[in-house]
Design a binder for this molecule. Structure first.
Ligand code: SF4
Length: 481
């Protein structure tokens, strides 16, 4: 008699639920009208420990606040900023009773996947290798590839327009930590020098002069922090650049502050832009950033649907792969099915977490990422099966199985590319060189870890290689001057 062995993952459709925000003492009297008001959400963002205490009341023990405070002083690359909508998805208590105040709630709060990346604490981080020796503030070297201030020309046909350096929420792992958000005790942020109006004009001028570019990611920061009329003004002009065929609006706020995208003036504005884009045969889509299924609530689905109803071509998700947040096939598939089935958001990418300082505890090895990609194949429709990608410095996104060679003992993977970035016009070796990506050292074998400990001088060697491969920021700033 044959027995039936269950699939590794069992698909179940789950109805979305908005967690009850009145479970938090500080929001006990907040009405639905207030909750659904974008301005109320912005005013009541949690920006510091005192505000977190006011929301949590007696739920959290002091040990958590001490841990958080130490992290903010000694490790944080981003300052604290979390809209109530996102706080409300931490320990959501939608599938069981709320843990009781004190130890039980604090333990659940510590273990929560949304908390893990939005409210990092000192004890989350590695103490053996808190940063990879080659971690850098601008780990993708986007600023080195600025064609004009804030416009990164990293791929032949695509550019990234960093419109502003702020977001409605600051994520602990932000890859643009060099520029985005407020300075922290450990990291002073870069400031954009030009006035917004001049920077936008320079971007549009560059695009007019560069017909090989057909695709613009309009990003930040988060475009939800631009007054809508300013964003619409820019998009209007962008749609007049004959050669632009794709525009993607980057906004994590579709999830973190869906109330923003549900405001009447914003929905009407999106409808005007969508109509103009259709007339011109241009695709305009939103790219959002959801990392865990807990974040997909009815309000998020409502905002995504409102954008599609207003005429946008698509809403896609680009998450970031992080340990404890979404590093199992079940977590990834639960998230993707919630996005695809319940929120009309297409699962598109999961990026490996970038090599910024103090990110080691979040990062996965390439091997782990490859295993996850393998594990999620075959469940979702092909068009909604996300690719797990490694954003290799000086190369760009590569599917994790595209690696050229991989030294698993030292955690060094080698990648190639077949196009030049904007800073490589005169670099004959750009297409034959191998570019390196590094696994977190603590994931390596004892021999691999010992090798890294014994090769402290390799940092200097690698630094020299990086300078050779790309212009330094100072040189790049001088080029723009
Ligand atoms: S929303 Fe995006 S740009 Fe803003 S802090 Fe988060 S990851 Fe960084």
């Amino acid at each position: 008699m044959s027995t039936t062995i269950e699939q590794p993952y069992i698909y179940r459709r789950r109805e979305l639920v908005e967690p009850d925000w009145t479970r938090f003492p500080g929001w006990r009297d907040v009405s639905t009208t207030q909750w659904e008001d974008a301005q109320w959400q912005r005013v009541n963002c949690v920006k510091n420990i005192a505000q977190l205490r006011a929301v949590m009341g007696d739920l959290l023990e002091d040990r958590f606040y001490a841990d958080l405070e130490r992290d903010q002083n000694e490790r944080a690359t981003m300052s604290m900023l979390i809209p109530p909508q996102m706080v409300n998805t931490i320990v959501p208590a939608t599938e069981g009773p709320m843990p009781s105040a004190g130890a039980a709630f604090t333990d659940a709060f510590y273990a929560d996947p949304v908390r893990l990346y939005m409210l990092p604490v000192f004890s989350d981080r590695r103490t053996d290798w808190p940063s990879h020796p080659f971690a850098t503030r601008d780990s993708l070297h986007e600023h080195d590839m600025w064609a004009v201030e804030g416009l990164t020309h990293r791929y032949p046909t695509k550019v990234l327009a960093e419109m502003l350096p702020t977001c409605p929420q600051y994520c602990g792992h932000c890859t643009r930590m060099d520029l985005v958000g407020n300075s922290t005790p450990q990291f002073t942020k870069l400031k954009l020098a030009g006035k917004p109006v001049d920077r936008y004009a320079a971007m549009l001028d560059y695009l007019q002069r560069t017909p090989g570019v057909r695709d613009v990611v309009v990003s930040g920061g988060d475009v939800a922090n631009m007054p809508w009329k300013n964003l619409e003004g820019f998009l209007d002009k962008l749609l007049e650049v004959e050669t632009i065929r794709d525009i993607r609006l980057a906004t994590k706020a579709l999830m973190g502050l869906p109330q923003h995208w549900l405001q009447g003036d914003v929905v009407e504005g999106v409808a005007r832009i969508s109509a103009k884009a259709r007339e011109r045969g241009v695709s305009v889509a939103i790219h959002t950033h959801v990392n865990n299924v807990q974040s997909v609530t009815p309000l998020v689905a409502k905002a995504a649907t409102a954008m599609l109803d207003a005429g946008l071509r698509n809403v896609r998700n680009q998450g970031v792969l992080m340990r404890g947040v979404n590093d199992t096939p079940e977590q990834l598939l639960d998230l993707c099915f919630a996005l695809q089935d319940e929120a009309m958001i297409t699962p598109y990418y999961f990026y490996m977490c970038d090599m910024i300082p103090f990110s080691e505890h979040w990062r996965l090895s390439l091997k782990e990422a490859q295993e996850l990609q393998h594990a999620i194949m075959g469940y979702l429709p092909g068009f909604a099966t996300p690719r797990i990608v490694c954003d290799v410095p000086f190369v760009g996104k590569r599917w994790v199985h595209q690696v050229e060679s991989y030294d698993t003992e030292r955690g060094m993977s080698y990648w190639r590319k077949h196009y030049r970035t904007s800073i490589e016009a005169g670099d004959e070796q750009a297409l034959s060189r191998e570019y390196v990506y590094h696994d977190p050292i603590y994931t390596l074998s004892r021999a691999g870890q010992d090798w890294w400990r014994d090769h402290t001088d390799i940092h200097a060697v690698h630094e020299a290689a990086l300078v050779g491969a790309g212009a330094s920021r100072a040189a790049s700033a001088a080029d723009l001057a």
